[in-house]
Design a protein around this ligand. Structure first.
Ligand code: HDD
Length: 709
């Protein structure tokens, strides 16, 4: 069987290895591109200097407009492999050919910030996956949140104008905590469901590989017999979905604004992979008609309790791009990139997106020939009568560029659906022309309440604190009050908790628990009452899979540990810990007082001065009397431990390392309550890492293991 073309081979056609001979852009060998051509050594530069002009001309035009949304992102190559055929539902080869590896390029992004903003801003994350299938490109241009702020694409410019930095002073960058956003949101009740997701721990993921992805819209699958089913697409991360805590996210934005892209880059660079399962929720129009929400409304999800997610294949990212601009920046995802067997629904948000993604590429990439760019061109042959335009790369021979024709042998001719051509699903439609929202889109609070009800107490606390943070930064009191009214509609307890930080009384303020999380008794009362009526939620009061606290895989894999060490550290301990971490799939840095040799062959790769506790998931202090003593007297080392502890991270020590813990704030905190089960070895200490949950506490006791080696 002929080898399937890979995207890597295809991209390689355009990869130019660095030459040894300096040339200009047209291949002329050049003797000197460091000195302009001047009249005498101190004289004026001559117009004749074509080299100066070429070099500066190219530089002057190096920038293209950043994406109007999702400007900051990072991408990687890989493949998708199907395990279970969906032939019953679709004729798309990528979803029916089991075992075939389809090349993939994926890009993850934040939405609001500009290209140079920080990775860990509280925001939705873009999750765009391009599959270079045997039938052309298929893009799932999704997010890490399964619902959207608005129901109709015509509101998208308003939404984005409100969240972007305010136009008079271009403040704030990459943040929704400002008046214009909440002015718009407080007048847009349909946004409440997604707003809660953004304020939950989902808004600050730990890494790209620890986020779920969602196609958001209802799409259609059409099988070889022409029968249609509805479908929602999901990406389920192999490492489980996990998050940062807000204080940590803000600090990382300063300490390492590239935190997420660096983690992905380094994982792949060191031979690792990022992996997800492709999940589908397939359902019929008849099923959809029975639910109390509309599957064409992108502010609603389909609870997995109603339609379980079937995992049908695996996405693996395993190769970094060769060039950020040519690949990650120039990739042009489009919701309209579908293949025969996959079709759209009438979701008005999706219908609008289908216009926007094509349109935006022209202003971003500058020419209608952008599909010829290496990262965008499909692996199948492109053949049509479209010609010319700026920067045309393809050379079309012959004199025929029209259809019908006889001079070109009647080619290229349309391919009937029966032989693999794309044909739109012939859904019967009708009705009067109007601008109106359907009645079935009108419940804006039911699923927001379902989401709130489904969160664990610590997750609710995080949502409350996040809303307190953002709304307290809104200057206009009337906007804050409108927001409290909406929160009240979702759940009185939520409103009253948020109101506390705003110095306001929400209507149900009698339920408020000062400074605390949800009060169980009050919550039970409220859940039982009319407030908890299960509207737009498939009659569910709670739904599984909405909380990150339940059902997510927990593993040390993909985590990063700081091994705090100074001169004289126990090399044996360091080696044992490094071995155990490697076996567990976790990364480690030896963080010293200085770089390089610490004795016994241990080498520090980071210093207390150039890294920070917020960049790690756990801290481990090996033994070694001299090292422990030096660290115990180092304010930076003690602050490092205190910070990790504050963020609820596992902190473990071996041998004399325990002395450092005792000297730190942790020592004081745990003096009276020693850990229930001290770790017995490096392996146990590492095992302790899997305790890192997604909903760590911001304050209060972190988790500590004291280990004797
Ligand atoms: Fe969008 C980019 C995801 C609604 C218009 N969008 C963009 C990207 C992602 C999403 C992941 C970045 C792709 C990349 O990495 O290059 N967008 C979504 C999701 C939505 C959504 C999941 C709702 C379910 N978007 C949406 C609407 C519109 C747009 C309603 C316009 C009517 N989106 C765009 C855009 C962008 C874009 C302006 C900017 C750059 C680009 O397309 O290529 O066209």
């Amino acid at each position: 069987m002929a080898k399937k073309p890979t995207k890597q081979d295809d991209l390689a056609r355009n990869v130019t290895p660095p030459g040894t001979r300096l040339t200009d852009n047209l291949g002329h060998a050049i003797s000197d591109d460091q000195n302009s051509l001047t009249a005498g050594p101190r004289g004026p530069t001559l117009l004749e200097d074509f080299l100066l002009r070429e070099k500066i001309h190219h530089f002057d035009h190096e920038r293209i407009p950043e994406r109007v949304v999702h400007a900051r992102g990072a991408g990687a190559h890989g493949y998708f492999q199907l395990d279970t055929s969906l032939a019953e539902y679709t004729r798309a080869e990528v979803l029916t050919e089991v075992g075939v590896q389809t090349p993939v390029f994926a890009r993850f992004s934040t939405v609001a910030g500009s290209r140079g903003s920080a990775d860990t801003a509280r925001d939705v994350r873009g999750f765009a996956v391009r599959m270079y299938t045997s039938q052309g490109n298929w893009d799932i241009v999704g997010n890490n949140i399964p619902v959207f702020f608005i129901q109709d694409a015509i509101k998208f410019p308003d939404l984005i104008h409100s969240v972007k930095p305010e136009p008079h002073n271009e403040i704030p960058q990459a943040a929704s905590a400002h008046d214009t956003f909440y002015d718009f949101i407080s007048l847009t009740p349909e946004a409440m469901h997604m707003l809660l997701w953004v304020h939950s721990d989902r808004g600050i993921p730990r890494s790209f590989s620890m986020m779920e992805g969602f196609g958001v819209h209802t799409f259609r699958l059409v099988n070889a017999r022409g029968q249609a089913h509805f479908v929602k697409f999901h990406w389920k991360p192999a490492l489980g979905a996990h998050s940062l805590v807000w204080d940590e996210a803000q600090k990382i934005a300063g300490k390492d604004p590239d935190f997420h892209r660096r983690t992905m880059w380094e994982t792949i660079d060191q031979g690792g992979t990022l992996e997800w399962s492709l999940g589908v929720q397939v359902f019929t129009a008849e099923q959809a008609a029975r639910w109390d929400f509309d599957v064409l409304d992108a502010t609603k999800l389909i609870p997995e309790d109603l339609v379980p997610v079937r995992r049908v294949g695996r996405l693996v990212l395993n190769r970094n791009p060769d060039n950020y601009f040519s690949e990650t920046e120039q990739v042009a995802f489009m919701t309209t990139n579908v293949v025969p067997g996959i079709d759209f629904s009438d979701d008005p948000l999706l219908q609008g997106r289908n216009f926007s993604y094509l349109d935006t590429q022209l202003s971003r990439l500058g020419s209608p020939n952008w599909p010829e760019l290496p990262i965008n061109r499909p692996l199948v042959t492109v053949s049509n009568n479209q010609r010319d335009g700026h920067m045309r790369q393809t050379i079309n021979p012959g004199r025929v560029s029209y259809f019908p024709n006889t001079l070109g042998g009647g080619q290229p001719a349309g391919v009937p659906a029966a032989r693999g051509g794309f044909a739109t699903f012939p859904e019967p439609v009708g009705g009067v022309k109007l601008r109106a929202r359907p009645e079935s889109f009108s419940d804006h609070y039911g699923q927001a309440r379902l989401f709130w009800n489904s969160q664990a107490p610590i997750e609710k606390e995080h949502i409350v604190k996040s809303l307190q943070f953002e709304l307290s930064k809104v200057d206009t009191r009337a906007i804050r009050m409108r927001m409290l009214d909406h929160l009240e509609q979702i759940h009185p307890l939520l409103a009253s908790q948020v109101a506390l930080a705003l110095g306001e009384k929400a209507r149900a303020s009698e339920h408020a628990v000062p400074g605390g999380s949800a009060d169980a008794a009050a919550e039970t009362r409220l859940l039982a009452g009319a407030i908890a009526r299960p509207t737009a939620s498939g009659k569910l009061l709670r739904a599984t899979a909405l909380s990150l606290e339940s059902g997510q895989p927990k593993t040390p894999k993909g985590r990063r540990v700081a091994i705090l060490a100074a001169d004289g550290v126990s090399a044996e301990h360091v080696a044992a810990v490094q071995r155990a971490l490697k076996t567990a799939g976790a990364g480690a840095d030896v963080v010293g007082l200085h770089l390089g040799e610490l004795g016994g062959g241990v080498s520090a790769t980071k210093t207390l001065g150039n890294t920070d506790a917020v960049l790690y998931d756990a801290v481990l202090i090996p033994g070694g009397a001299r090292s422990a003593q030096a660290l115990s007297q180092q304010g930076d080392a003690l602050a490092f431990l205190a910070e990790a502890y504050k963020h609820g991270k596992p902190v473990a020590a071996l041998g004399e390392g325990v002395e450092v813990l005792s000297a730190s704030e942790i020592g004081r905190a745990v003096r009276d309550t020693p850990p229930a089960a001290p770790a017995a070895s490096a392996g146990d200490a590492v095992q302790h890492l899997s305790e890192v949950g997604s909903a760590r506490r911001l304050t209060g006791a972190g988790s500590t293991a004291l280990a004797e080696h």
